[in-house]
Write a protein that binds this ligand. Structure first.
Ligand code: OGA
Ligand code: ZN
Ligand code: ZN
Length: 490
């Protein structure tokens, strides 16, 4: 999962505070901290004779340039070091706990970057054009909508600063940049650090976008992720933890749900809102006298599937709430981690995996439910992202059409691949069986967790489920918002 970059990172929680003593540094010239190019530089003055503070990478007063800290290894010194150094530089002023100061700032004209040497070690480089594009002043950026007001049509992508200075405050340094038209920009140290371009920072940020997936098989039945419905409705932390499990496991059993219609919507409204589809906002799953267009509205066995593969934006998450369960045999749900099954297929049958990741299958839903509809979509059964990780499963024998846009010679291998995937899904080690009791609700990732149902007898009492969908964009958005509100760390 990808969580927002604006959420607090460990080092950020240490910052903030009011302004106190302000000290502006002066200009001189030196070699680039990284490339040795001639650059303009500002040094800490007058107290930078402190042997610790003068160990930076820019030369001072024409002394020979010291070894530059490779940008990829730029690190933050311990907080104590900042505090001590800032005190030394600013006399009596105390830098706030964890705040960073900039030892030197340089204009590297050859690289067209501002180079910032952090007190205690580490150098960050900020391209001129990026700094100008991201000026945070009210003329350039609307803080309420967090929107850039500088438009590309007005941006000079070759702009260079005429002046750059470091401004020290109790809350840490900020970088002040003056542009040729007299415009002035100011960037706080933590804002810059959060956007650092170093190899290390880039790879740290990349991790934020990686989903923490926990694969499972039938054994999950003994350790089923569970949530309490009343808690989800009232407690944001419980809701957050539930969504984290839904994201990493792809399946959560919610308990203590009232046995009335409308609960699926209540849960969705706590997260964001229901995704409206051709089945309506919520839908009733029952053995209907007139099943209409969905075989789920009968009592027959439903093979493992993901829902609404015929949509370009198929629902990200499905909810099925058991209001009444059949008193007879059957009506059990089968649940399979499609990511796990697809990984096993990749390992055991790479040819089949390749076919299912490349051949486009037609999925169709035609009928009349909430309204008259005709959905059609061609997609891979297993889709990969640009890192070649399994990203989404779209499988349904029910809605896969008979039109196969394949040369005849490739049809048999395609069926062999589908069969191999289905066989893996159905293995007892992979397929979890769950007969929901009235008052239970399963929530699962419709891009990952396949669900099915065993047949039941329509004569053994009523089986009544209510279903609904949500989208991952709304779920992730809610998770980020709760995380920020409650100050939850990564
Ligand atoms: C569905 C479905 C399963 C069931 O409605 O999408 O798969 O248990 N229902 O009835
Ligand atoms: Zn501006
Ligand atoms: Zn279904």
């Amino acid at each position: 999962m990808a969580l927002s970059v604006h959420l607090l990172r460990p080092w950020q929680k240490l910052l903030v505070g009011s302004t106190a003593s302000v000290m502006t540094s002066k200009w001189s010239r030196c070699s680039s901290v990284l490339s040795g190019n001639r650059v303009r530089m500002v040094e800490k003055s007058p107290n930078s004779t402190d042997p610790e503070t003068s160990q930076g990478v820019c030369t001072i007063h024409g002394k020979q340039q010291q070894q530059a800290t490779p940008i990829s290894r730029a690190v933050f010194p311990p907080q104590a070091v900042f505090k001590r150094r800032f005190s030394a530089l600013c006399g009596s002023s105390e830098v706030q706990e964890g705040a960073l100061i900039m030892e030197k700032v340089c204009l590297n004209e050859a690289a067209r970057m501002v180079e910032v040497e952090w007190s205690g070690g580490g150098v960050s480089r900020f391209p001129y054009v990026w700094l100008r594009d991201n000026c945070q002043c009210p003329q350039c950026f609307n803080p309420d909508s967090r929107s850039r007001l500088v438009l590309m049509s007005d941006l000079d992508v070759n702009v260079s600063p005429v002046d750059v200075t470091e401004v020290s405050q109790a809350k840490g340094s900020s970088l002040s940049v003056e542009w040729p038209d007299g415009h002035k920009s100011r960037y706080d140290w933590h804002w810059l650090k959060e956007r650092c371009f170093s190899t290390q920072a880039l790879s740290e940020r990349q991790k934020d976008w990686q989903r923490k997936t926990q694969l499972w098989g039938a054994e999950l039945a003994h350790n089923m992720p569970k949530a309490d419905f009343p808690a989800l409705l009232t407690d944001d932390r419980a809701l957050y933890d539930f969504l984290v499990r839904l994201d990493s496991v792809g399946l959560v059993l919610v308990q203590n749900v009232p046995c009335d219609v409308g609960q699926v919507e209540k849960l969705a409204n706590r997260v964001a809102f229901l995704k409206h589809t051709c089945s309506g906002k919520e839908f009733v799953v029952m053995n209907k006298t007139k099943p209409g267009s969905d075989v789920a509205y009968t009592s027959v066995k439903l093979g493992l599937h993901t829902d609404l593969n015929s949509y370009t934006y198929k629902p990200g998450v499905q909810m099925l709430h058991c209001i009444e369960q059949t008193t007879g045999e059957g009506g059990d749900n089968s649940l399979v981690d499609g990511f796990n099954a697809a990984s096993q297929l990749k390992e055991e049958n790479p040819d089949a995996f390749r076919i299912l990741t490349t051949v486009k299958v037609n999925f169709r839903h035609v009928g009349m439910d909430y309204h008259k509809y005709f959905h059609l979509k061609r997609r891979n059964v297993i889709s990969l992202n640009d890192q070649e990780d399994i990203q989404s499963i779209s499988y349904s024998d029910q809605s896969r059409t008979s039109i196969l846009d394949l040369p005849a010679d490739l049809v048999q291998p395609f069926y062999d691949a589908l069969k191999a995937f289905n066989t893996i899904m159905c293995l007892p080690r992979n397929c979890l069986s769950l007969k929901m009791a009235a008052g239970e609700l399963i929530v699962f990732d419709n891009n990952r967790t396949l669900h099915g149902r065993s047949a039941y007898s329509p004569d053994s009492g009523t089986r009544h489920l209510q279903g609904g969908y949500m989208d991952w964009d709304e779920i992730y958005s809610r998770m980020r918002a709760i995380k920020a509100d409650l100050g939850i760390e990564a």
